[in-house]
Design a protein around this ligand. Sequence first.
Ligand code: FAD
Ligand code: FES
Length: 255
Amino acid sequence: MSTYCTATVINHEEIIPGVWKMELAVPEIAKTARPGQFIQLYPPDERNLLARPISLSSISKESVTVVYRVVGQGTKQFSCLQVDDMVRVMGPLGNGFTLPDAGEQNVIVGGGLGIPPLLELAKRLHGNTVALLGYREDPFMEEEFQRLGLEVHIASQSGNYGFHGTVLDLLENLTLPAGQIFACGPRRMLQSVSMWAKGHDVPIQVSLEERMACGLGACLGCGVKIQKPGEQDWRYLRVCKEGPVFSGEEVVWNG
Ligand SMILES: Cc1cc2nc3c(=O)[nH]c(=O)nc-3n(C[C@H](O)[C@H](O)[C@H](O)COP(=O)(O)OP(=O)(O)OC[C@H]3O[C@@H](n4cnc5c(N)ncnc54)[C@H](O)[C@@H]3O)c2cc1C
Ligand code: FES
């Protein structure tokens, strides 16, 4: 059940240039939110009619934390919010990750801004979990995964940190007994990791992004092509309603 309400900013910091972490006091949303869900945040300037979808990175009893990159008007306005400011928010939205049974060997694969949405999931996975985190350049939030006691591997395309290459190169270089993969990041990365998973017969859940308007399943603006097992053809499912998490095997990647 999602709620439209007002949240109060209780922490807000720029963690690397252009990337901000914001904690919002919003018990109405925090109490039902699950890892992999997102919220719609309304830019303070009401001339921006559309809210912006941002994934939940951490969830506590009374607050949620989001991590976002400033890319345009809306996120620029969020970055100007100060502690104690109020912001309109709707959520929690979408379906989150399906948690596996305890004792599974889980592999988390995150790329760039796809890494923060995997943090709350990492906290709730009970089996052995390995996190593969891929960055273009400077890493961020890797310590939060390490603090959970997970085995964390870092890849950077610049070669300045950890393994030199993409997170897919890293996945191919490690011998991991993967029971299940959970991935979030750019679409091309998700496609490659899904192909790898298919080739190794490993189930994979991917969190997709699409441009959104309503965020509620009404405008049909966020469709992705999905073909379920046993179905003759693909059909559109909504990222905001049936997603953002889908089985990587069911996504029609080249559609
Ligand atoms: C389910 C979901 C979760 C997301 N989680 C995060 C996150 O945790 N951190 C993060 O930094 N970004 C996330 N994004 C992307 C984020 O929503 C966009 O970067 C943001 O909306 C851009 O808004 P803007 O006004 O700054 O940019 P503009 O380019 O000015 O936006 C213009 C319009 O396009 C839409 N838009 C632009 N880019 C995207 C995009 N990639 N996806 C959807 N709509 C877009 C905006 O909603 C807005 O209506 C997520 C997107 C989705 C769909
Ligand atoms: S954004 Fe309107 S249906 Fe998904």
